[in-house]
Design a protein. Structure first.
Length: 301
């Protein structure tokens, strides 16, 4: 086995073999600034692909099997060629080994439909893995985040009535999610929870929501057209291991305003308590949050 190349002072990219979308050599870690995707790749021109963001704490990929399963599920929903999960896993480890160590990192897996050729055939898929340093989430995890409710613009049965909208797939088209976060900033908030037109609580643009009432933890059901969260699932594993109740449910904004505690859950940030909703304070359970961050994700106390 060859020694991993360490790429200094830059994030790292590893392209998978196969497909013509890459302009960099496959399986070799390269600095992100040298990694290039073909401009005709459908990921670039149409956002036509799927991805995963995986948290890395102390060198360990958090919930890797759940992320790989979701990548495959998203690809299926988009009718993409199935991703080579073993190759993605190997590329993730190669890229991680080449990155300068840090207490926390993010590993992103990209699976694009591929390059549209001049003859309008598709040469693909294109796959690559990126390792990068995430933002510092210390304050969000400790103090919580300010959330606003925003209209999602469709009903909660959208996944059944209009499956072509690809609800539940983690696609590369995140422009809407980013627009919602800008709207939150305009409203002097940090994040968003979407509500369907029929009044059902959904998810955030990059996170799932969990509410606690007494010893019962609940999260919106995934058949409501939302992403099945890996962080929320790990959170629920920990809750259940303590003998507490954790369940999927149909929730409304009232369930959030009356909660004893509530969180946004996502791979980079892990858990962020919701400390206000539309400007009204919500209770933050700092002690329990810190406990789960350690138990479920291995964060140092
Ligand atoms: N919902 C959406 C729309 C997301 O984009 C994400 C993650 O980015 C999540 C939920 C949370 O998923 P996970 O905890 O697996 O990161």
């Amino acid at each position: 086995m060859t020694e991993p190349t360490t790429v200094q002072n830059d994030d790292v990219v590893v392209f998978l073999a196969g497909g013509n979308g890459r302009a960099s050599a496959p399986l070799v870690p390269v600095p992100q600034s040298d990694a290039a995707v073909n401009v005709a790749d459908l990921a670039v021109t149409r956002g036509d692909g799927v991805f995963e963001s995986i948290g890395v704490v102390g060198g360990r990929l958090i919930e890797l099997p759940r992320h790989l399963a979701r990548l495959a599920h998203s690809a299926e929903l988009l009718e993409l060629p199935p991703p080579d999960l073993a190759a993605f896993e190997a590329a993730a480890h190669t890229a991680l080994a080449a990155h300068a160590p840090a207490p926390e990192l993010l590993v992103k897996l990209f699976h694009s439909r591929g390059v549209e050729t001049p003859a309008h055939t598709i040469d693909g898929p294109t796959g690559w893995v990126q390792v990068l340093e995430g933002a510092d989430h210390t304050a969000a995890r400790r103090d919580g985040v300010r959330v606003v409710l925003l209209d999602r613009g469709y009903r909660s049965d959208i996944a059944q009535t209009a499956p072509w909208l690809l609800q539940g797939a983690k696609t590369l088209s995140y422009a809407l999610n980013k627009a919602a976060l800008r709207e939150a900033a305009r409203r002097d908030a940090d994040d968003v929870v979407f509500v369907s037109t029929d009044g059902v609580l959904l998810e955030g643009p990059t996170a799932n929501v969990v509410v606690r009432h007494g010893d019962v933890f609940r999260t919106p059901r995934t058949d409501l057209g939302i992403l099945a969260g890996t962080t929320q699932a790990a959170f629920f594993d920990t809750v259940r291991a303590q003998g507490l109740t954790a369940e999927e449910a149909v929730l409304t904004p009232d369930d959030l305003t009356t909660a004893d505690a509530a969180w946004l859950c996502s791979s980079g940030r892990l858990l962020a308590p919701i400390r206000s909703l539309d400007g009204a304070p919500l209770p933050v359970d700092a002690h329990f949050t810190a406990h789960v961050l350690t138990q479920a994700f291995g964060l140092p106390t």
